[in-house]
Ligand binder design. Structure first.
Ligand code: OXD
Ligand code: MN
Length: 586
């Protein structure tokens, strides 16, 4: 497939370490994929679903001890500990190579090593970067083909170059005590062992497109962010783009594909999805910030996805999709998950493959069960999805789940203030990562688990980028999750979030009003277009209110979080914190 000496030498070394019986290059052809599917079906690794109802769809079950990303076993490995900062797990790179080599040794004996050349970003785009993943899992191959651009064109684009990310994945024994997801940004290398769960093993996604790419972005003057990208088209046919960062499972996929409320649809407004999870951002020749989604598919959380909550995501999964850890409906050989509809199948297996009876109250699908679907199948996929130059970003939106503190939306006073707002993001933990659910944690820019270097340096990089972008996007924060005193959500969310996005875009064009508060610019109830919406002005006033006492409380948490970074924290952010403190003082 290639004569690239850098590629061949590395593969030889990894072969010598893992000693597979066979080696197969993945060329991306349908013929080859079909052979692999047949093999995976024969071993039970995947199950072919009803091809009339779900053509090209398969079901996979992971091991029951292997259902989510493992942040505690995810490491950034460098020569110097200070390079990764206080929020990442660190291992010395030499020590890590030595330790993991023992685990990889002979781990592919009796197995096949698949070589997957893939591109993050459209091949030929100035944004695109190439990786090669070596894996002993057909499931990984089939997912990577959906999630990235795979095959011969990628290896041809690499030519003789040494500039590719070297990924090694071995299932080994799926031993969770020896599970490691290790990144070596100084060597462009990722090593993942003893897992078969997507976020740990589809190395193009979190490992490359966020952890390694964030490191490269700082070095090369661009940004790799945990952000969706969407476009809003107005009745005149103009499209403005927004990128938005929310912690895992805060509805990024839903927002990325939202369906406008009827009143806006009738006027001709449309929403286009460019990406639901990752954005790579660069300064364009025109001085604006431009974004691409480096992925080619959606690795979405299944539970809660329905025709009502996310019609477009569901529609994306009706063909050529891999479902992981959902319920298997044995009556018609289809899939089901909690929240899909109100009719759980009677004759079914749960995510573990056990006979399952919904009436007994136990969940059938794992809360972190997933669909892997090609993005081009999304009914609202943007016409710019495969654009080489990406899309210009008008607004950056941060957000999280806060029951009370943050209002529905507010705007930063400046780029620097916006970076501060991103740095204090907080949310409740969810099932996408292992560990406790429902605990509030700081998750700056939604990058806490994904930043490949010291986050204080990362904030400094954001501040630096702000100085370099001649026409920077405006920065906002949203919170769809304000609740009343009984814990009931006050804002309808979903498609109605478009009303907030419209205020945001109008602000970018100087067309909407706002009032200045202690935390930034907040709209009044009248500034949000509520045509056809059944939310009272009192409720709107409530969710647009800023309670300085709550912020004073929050400042304690912010200070605690900032203290982790000691004096490496950029002074600009400490200044912003001091301003917030002064603005909210009694
Ligand atoms: C994901 C995440 O996208 O956990 O899977 O953020
Ligand atoms: Mn994500």
């Amino acid at each position: 497939m290639t004569n690239n000496v850098h590629v061949l030498k590395w593969i030889d070394e990894m072969k010598a370490l893992t000693t597979p019986d066979e080696v197969v290059w993945i060329d991306g052809s349908e013929e080859q994929l079909e052979i692999l599917r047949q093999q995976a079906m024969a071993t039970g690794e995947i199950i072919k679903l009803n091809q009339d109802k779900l053509p090209g769809c398969y079901l996979h079950r992971t091991a029951i001890n292997d259902v989510a990303r493992v942040e505690g076993r995810t490491f950034i490995c460098t020569k110097k500990k200070e390079d990764v900062g206080p929020t990442n797990n660190w291992m010395n790179s030499d020590e890590c190579y030595e330790k993991l080599s023992k685990l990889y040794k002979g781990s592919m004996k009796g197995r096949t090593m698949y070589i997957i050349p893939y591109s993050m970003g459209v091949v030929g785009s100035p944004f695109a970067k190439i990786g090669i993943e070596l894996t002993d899992s057909i499931y990984v191959v089939l997912n990577m083909v959906i999630m990235t651009r795979v095959g011969k064109t990628v290896i041809d684009a690499l030519g003789d170059d040494a500039g590719f990310i070297k990924g090694l994945h071995a299932k080994a024994d799926l031993d969770d005590n020896n599970r490691y997801i290790c990144h070596f940004p100084e060597d462009n290398t990722i090593w993942s062992i003893n897992s078969g769960y997507g976020g740990n093993v589809l190395l193009g996604k979190k490992c490359f497109a966020l952890r390694i790419a964030s490191w490269l972005g700082r070095k090369e003057g661009w940004m790799a962010e945990h952000m969706l990208i969407l476009g809003i088209e107005n009745p005149q046919g103009e499209i403005k783009y927004i990128s938005a960062a929310f912690p895992s499972a805060c509805g990024k996929t839903n927002l990325a594909m939202l369906i406008p409320p009827e009143v806006f649809k009738a006027k001709g407004y449309k929403v286009w999805c460019v990406g639901d999870d990752i954005a790579w951002l660069r300064i364009g020749e025109d001085g604006r910030l431009w974004a691409v989604n480096p992925e080619a598919g959606f690795f979405g959380v299944a539970p809660g996805t329905s025709e009502k909550t996310n019609f477009n995501a569901l529609a994306s999964t009706r063909k050529n999709t891999i479902f992981t850890n959902v319920v298997h409906n044995l009556d018609d050989n289809t899939v089901w998950w909690e929240g899909l509809d109100k009719n759980p199948p009677k004759n079914a297996l749960n995510w573990k493959g056990e006979k399952w009876d919904a009436s007994l109250g136990e969940k059938g699908a794992h809360p972190n069960s997933r669909f892997t679907a090609p993005a081009i199948q999304c009914p609202c996929v943007s016409s710019e999805f495969n654009s080489l130059k990406g899309v210009p970003i008008s607004a950056i939106v941060f957000g999280g789940r806060r029951a009370k503190t943050a209002p529905l939306v507010y705007q930063a006073r400046s780029w620097q203030h916006g970076v501060f707002i991103g740095s204090i993001m907080a949310s409740e933990t969810t099932a996408a990562a292992t560990g406790a659910v429902g605990v509030v944690r700081r998750d700056p820019m939604a990058m806490l688990p994904f930043c490949g270097y010291d986050m204080a340096q990362y904030f400094a990089h954001w501040l630096e980028m702000g100085k370099k972008i001649p026409n920077p996007p405006m920065i906002f924060n949203v919170n769809w999750f304000r609740t009343d005193n009984d814990g009931k959500f006050l804002w309808p969310g979903f498609g109605d979030n478009m009303r907030v996005l419209m205020w945001i875009l109008d602000r970018c064009e100087g067309k909407a009003d706002a009032r200045e508060t202690a935390i930034g610019y907040v709209p009044s109830a009248k500034d949000i277009n509520c045509e056809g919406l059944d939310v009272s002005t009192e409720v709107l006033d409530e969710i647009l209110s800023v309670d300085n006492a709550l912020w004073r409380e929050d400042i304690k948490g912010i200070k605690e979080f900032y203290a982790k970074f000691g004096d490496t924290m950029p002074k600009e952010l400490l200044d912003e914190l001091a301003t917030l403190e002064a603005n909210t003082a009694e």
